[in-house]
Design a protein around this ligand. Structure first.
Ligand code: KG4
Ligand code: ZN
Length: 340
């Protein structure tokens, strides 16, 4: 057993990212570099990610982003043990750029290739900032996904619940758009909510009576977007932003509470992890932290930089796969959909 140093590539949405991560035999991870080029400016005028523009921008940026990641890690390609690339789920034109680049590096340098599921990357992301050991209960909340997972290790996860319509990040983004905030909406809505008091709004509370761990955000999204158009003052808008943020945090906590109770009946260990872009939201974090404490669970979230899309999480997932000898074929395909 020896250290494994892996180059990771992430191009499934609107960030072109590359990172080098080192994994020790006993599972400790060190980020040697993490470069993220955000395409926000390319898409801002359209109010959301345009797939065709994203794919073209990845083609333009990836070479420079990878060079920077290698330089910042102070490595040449001989120092690598493998290459990992996101192979889905995501915008397939972008996924193909990173995956093809990864294949080219693997072929040229005779390195193993690991085709990584983007969600698996988010699932391991908390291990980039702290010495997190498996297993744990995970809430994965991003722009495209909202799931509760039992994580026993890399490639060994069971889904306990998922959204039956929209993801939480999508709700943040859509309501933010209706409030006239720019894209991406989540961080802007959080900022606006700082001066708001959402208590005056009676927003829908989804799936309250159900016993499962599923989520639903479309009712909230629709109701809040409608209310957004009736807002007249900045105070109205701030109040609504706060109301929506609170409602999302509350639903995430309510379902996580159920999952913790079910999990605790079957397992001794008590660690709850939240990951994904929405985990960057402070109200979401603090509400979940309180719920975890109430259930006797330790609480952990990745450092902010590893909540939103990045390549360090892909490099780490790839390194953990390589450690198990799970290498992908060079003809691995890009998958727009790929459930865990
Ligand atoms: O994980 P991520 O970067 O990409 C996906 O895999 O989807 O998540 C992006 C999502 C977006 O919906 C964005 O609005 C949301 O995460 N987000 C936030 C915050 N930062 C990012 N939502 C609420 N508050 C934030 N501070
Ligand atoms: Zn993501």
């Amino acid at each position: 057993a020896r250290d494994l140093t892996v180059l990771g590539l992430e191009t499934s949405c609107d960030e072109t990212a590359a990172s080098v991560v080192r994994l020790t035999p006993d599972g400790a991870a060190t980020v040697l570099s993490s470069v993220v080029h955000s395409q926000i400016d390319d898409h801002a005028a359209y109010g959301g990610v345009v797939p065709e523009i994203a794919a073209r921008s990845h083609v333009e940026m990836i070479d420079g982003v990878v060079r920077r990641a290698m330089a910042e890690a102070a490595l040449d390609y001989d120092g690598l043990d493998g290459v990992a690339a996101t192979a889905g789920p995501g915008l397939v034109g972008g996924v193909m750029v990173g995956l093809s680049f990864g294949k080219a590096v693997a072929l040229a340098r005779d390195l193993p290739l690991m085709a990584v599921n983007h969600l698996e990357g988010h699932a391991v992301s908390a291990r980039l900032g702290a010495r997190v050991k498996y297993p744990f209960l995970l809430l994965l909340v991003s722009g495209g996904h909202c799931q509760l997972l039992e994580v026993r290790g890399i490639g060994d996860m069971t889904r306990l619940g998922t959204t039956i319509d929209d993801a939480a990040g999508e709700a943040f983004d859509k309501v933010a758009k209706a409030l006239g905030l720019g894209y991406p909406g989540g961080p802007a809505l959080e900022k606006l909510a700082e001066n708001g008091d959402g208590a005056r709004f009676d927003l829908p509370r989804a799936l309250l009576g159900r016993k499962d761990c599923d989520f639903s955000f479309s009712g909230l999204k629709t109701a809040a977007s409608r209310l957004a158009h009736t807002c007249e003052t900045d105070q109205d808008r701030a109040d609504l932003a706060d109301g929506v943020q609170t409602a999302i945090a509350r639903q995430l906590s309510d379902r996580s509470d159920r999952a913790m109770k079910a999990y605790a009946e079957q397992h001794q260990h008590r660690l709850f992890v939240v990951a994904g872009g929405v985990a960057a939201n402070r109200t979401v974090r603090s509400t979940l932290e309180a719920t975890a404490a109430k259930n006797g669970f330790a609480f952990l979230a990745p450092p902010m930089a590893y909540c939103t899309d990045n390549a360090a999480m892909i490099a780490l997932a790839g390194a953990e796969r390589l450690q198990k000898g799970w290498v992908s074929d060079i003809d691995a395909v890009a998958r727009p959909r790929w459930p865990l």
